[in-house]
Design a binder for this molecule. Structure first.
Ligand code: ADP
Length: 405
């Protein structure tokens, strides 16, 4: 819990202070003794950085780089002070390096006791993907690194391209040499030529069109996923891709790989992106990080998600389109979740309609929850959102059973 608290704090800051680029969390083994291990967690960002003159005090309570930071980004100036105490209580340390205007790297270490027994070995990778030749086409170096490590841990022989043009060249060269790739993982959002155009080009080339193609996307929208599958992708996976999902997808895709001369048969889509019926959820939440977290959990579990940032937006969206359920944050600017619910229920009066509404409430008090139910909500889940609790609540109301991600 405490480890997560420190990591969440640093990641939260990194996201908050980064407008473009990326935030990356990496964990390394720093040192090891027979009974203990020291882990080093690093959060790097490409954000605003911290000016030299302010570096001395950011771990002090209520300390922020300057008053304009508070105005622009909010916050209390307590996160790092608490993180420092926690890291030190866990036998570690905390620190950072930063380039003003460019990047920051926050790190902390913890000294942890090793488990008594060896963690269960993952077992030998199944023959069908061991030794498989996989091409990864992604412009993002971090993504390539993550995929490379996963693929290699399963014994796949992976190669990478940072762009579509290079990817096509590699696919063609391998096929011409009689050693075609057995699978290609294509990132959807790439500059210049995107994953969709690349997919089309591959499928239009008889020499390589039988390569099973898996598209990776960070947009959780089902429209794009369906279109890509219609065009011929064997699967569309949402990022970040869970190891087990990627593994299953590889197994399926390779099992379904057609013999070189037969026409390509679309393989079964990956389970996480293709539940029997896609439920449409409207998520009302003003905090961007929370939006992202909730969207990711829901998309990975096969829900289609639309986001609203205020109660007023909820009313507009519900008017304009139909949803299976609304997940409603209680505290939102303009019109809060309680008011929005009251208004939605008022509009439903006499129509026989009842749109299920689930409150997301940070309030631990019993009275607050009763207030939600009184306003006309059907259920509530607590914040910060716990994936299992959320999925169970959805299950209770919608009665569907999407596979937990
Ligand atoms: P806050 O609640 O203000 O974020 P913290 O203690 O977590 O409080 O951070 C203190 C200050 O350190 C922030 O207000 C910000 O000025 C600076 N800071 C922390 N993390 C970063 C980062 N990744 N990039 C730039 N500045 C940062």
């Amino acid at each position: 819990t405490r480890l997560r608290q420190v990591a969440t704090n640093l990641i939260g800051n990194a996201i908050k202070f980064t407008e473009v680029g990326e935030v990356c969390l990496q964990v390394h083994l720093e040192s090891e003794e027979p009974t203990h291990a020291v882990l080093r967690c690093e959060v790097t960002d490409t954000g605003i950085g911290i000016p030299e003159s302010r570096r001395g005090r950011i771990f002090r309570s209520f300390s922020q780089v300057d008053a304009s930071t508070t105005r622009r980004y909010g916050g209390t100036g307590l996160g790092l002070a608490i993180s420092k105490q926690l890291a030190e209580l866990m036998g570690g340390a905390i620190g950072f390096e930063s380039q003003e205007g460019k990047a920051s790297r926050f790190w902390f270490t913890v000294r942890l006791e090793k488990q008594a027994s060896q963690a269960a070995a993952t077992g030998r990778p199944p023959e069908s993907i061991h030794g498989a030749r996989v091409l990864v086409v992604d412009d993002n170096e971090t993504n390539r690194l993550v995929l490379r490590q996963q693929l290699r841990s399963w014994g796949c022989l992976s190669e990478e391209s940072a762009g579509a043009v290079e990817g096509l060249t590699k696919l063609r060269a391998a096929a011409a040499a009689g050693m075609p790739f057995q699978l290609a993982l294509l990132d959807l959002q790439m500059p210049e030529v995107d994953g969709e155009s690349l997919l089309e080009e591959i499928l239009a080339d008889t020499a390589i069109k039988d390569t099973p193609l898996v598209v990776l996307t960070s947009l959780g929208d089902s429209e794009t996923a369906n279109r890509l599958r219609d065009k011929g992708a064997v699967a569309v996976l949402s990022k970040p891709v869970k190891q087990s999902h990627l593994h299953n997808c590889l197994m399926d895709a390779m099992g379904a790989a057609p013999a070189p001369s037969t026409p390509s048969v679309p393989a079964a889509p990956a389970p996480e992106t293709a539940p029997a019926t896609k439920r449409r959820l409207l998520v009302a939440e003003d905090n961007r990080t929370n939006q992202l977290v909730i969207r990711t959990i829901l998309a990975k579990n096969g829900y289609e998600v639309k986001i609203a940032s205020t109660g007023l937006e909820v009313l507009e969206l519900v008017e304009a389109s139909s949803y299976d359920l609304v997940l409603m944050d209680v505290q939102m600017p303009e019109m809060d979740g309680l008011e929005a619910t009251t208004e939605l229920r008022r509009r439903e009066e006499g129509t026989g309609r009842h749109l299920p509404i689930v409150a997301m409430t940070a309030h631990a008090m019993k009275g607050d929850r009763e207030e939600c139910l009184e306003a006309g909500m059907d259920d509530y889940v607590s914040k910060p959102i716990q994936p299992l609790e959320l999925l169970q609540a959805l299950n209770r109301i919608l009665g569907s059973d999407p596979s937990p991600g």
